[in-house]
Design a binder for this molecule. Structure first.
Ligand code: SF4
Length: 352
């Protein structure tokens, strides 16, 4: 009798870098040693570097190849800048546990903010970082202080290497006035399911219409994998959230975003919906970002036509192109309505 084989299901694999660099001092820390052992076990080429901010000799012919290789390069170092950036509107501060990401979302703002350093950095001096977080919490007492861990990276995708997210989760669990939040497009949540979070961490998944995931998010986990992971996270008792970002105006956007909310409702277990938040961010770009994106993803379908956009002045000079008011209002109204149709108890934190 012939065996009927199901088609192979190809999920996004755990990230394994192609190159690993260490700052010598990073090896003085247990986390540095642990990552070194892991890199040896994986048989990865290991190099030393004087500074995690100065990796200049990456292989690759031409800018594109160098960029691709940089995104598969891990640098293990010590975080020296311990002044945290602000992170409005989602939190008071960005907590820096990693910088850079292995995925290739065309619209990602890290392409411009990381400039010529798109490689992935993880930091071993977690005590310094957590002590600094504690100082910020104490300064703002009796107010609650929220920290965002995904401003410069997707830390869930690096957790199997660094273990840093779990440390921050367990640190915040013990801080009556400290809260953590982060967002991910990866489904590799297993190492975090048994963390003692005490309800102080909001675990968010970035989701989007099929069209956006298909065309602009290479290298991330599939929608289905993200939602399955969201169910596990909710079962582990974490407050759950979704960020719909970037919201992109495209042919059929109403069906796309309607379908997204319908699928979320169908798939999530009941415990996931009791304390659910949504954050909505429309697509935006700067002139600099547009140039970088067109160089790195020359065939992208990402619409970045200034003529079709509204210019929004920025605080530090360079402004952004967002959708004109009538489009932004239509996106906000429709997606809000769909959220409340399927999740009447949910909170929408903001639309920006
Ligand atoms: S997963 Fe997030 S951080 Fe990584 S490339 Fe995509 S948008 Fe950027």
């Amino acid at each position: 009798m012939a065996t009927v084989l199901s088609p192979p299901v190809r999920g996004t694999q755990l990230f394994i870098p192609e190159l690993v660099y260490f700052e010598p001092d990073a090896l003085e820390y247990p986390k540095g040693q642990k990552i070194l052992e892991w890199a040896k076990k994986e048989g990865l080429p290991i190099h030393m570097t004087t500074s995690h901010n100065r990796i200049t000799n990456l292989p690759g012919e031409g800018e594109l190849e160098k960029y691709r290789i940089a995104k598969r390069t891990l640098v293990v170092g010590i975080r020296k800048t311990l002044t945290f950036d602000t992170s409005k509107p989602s939190a008071e501060y960005a907590i820096p546990i990693a910088t850079g990401c292995m995925a290739h979302c065309h619209y990602c703002y890290l392409q411009t903010t990381l400039g010529a350093k798109p490689y992935i950095r993880v930091y071993v001096n977690m005590d310094d970082i957590l002590n600094q977080a504690k100082r910020y919490i104490d300064e703002r007492a009796p107010e609650i202080t929220r920290f965002e861990a995904a401003c410069t990276s997707d830390p869930v995708g690096l957790e199997h290497i660094s273990g840093s997210l779990k440390e921050v989760i367990e640190f915040m669990a013990k801080e009556p006035l400290g809260r953590l939040r982060f967002v991910t497009k990866f489904h590799h949540v297993e190492p975090l399911l048994d963390a003692r979070h005490n309800g102080h961490t909001r675990f968010r998944f970035s989701v989007n219409a099929d069209y956006v995931i298909k065309h602009f998010e290479p290298g991330t986990s599939s929608f289905q994998d993200r939602i399955t992971a969201a169910g596990k996270v909710a079962k582990a008792g974490y407050p759950l959230g979704f960020i719909i970002a970037p919201i992109i105006w495209h042919d059929g956007w109403e069906e796309g975003y309607g379908e997204l909310l319908r699928k979320l409702k169908e798939t999530l277990p009941p415990e996931a919906t009791s304390d659910l938040t949504f954050e909505l961010i429309q697509h935006r770009f700067t002139k600099t970002a547009k140039k970088v994106i067109q160089r790195r993803y020359p065939r992208t379908k990402l619409e970045m036509d200034e003529e079709k956009r509204k210019y929004k002045w920025g605080r530090w000079g360079q402004g952004k192109y967002v959708y004109p008011d009538e489009k932004a209002d239509a996106l906000r109204a429709y997606i809000t309505e769909q959220i409340f149709t399927h999740f009447p108890q949910a909170n929408i934190d903001y639309f920006t």
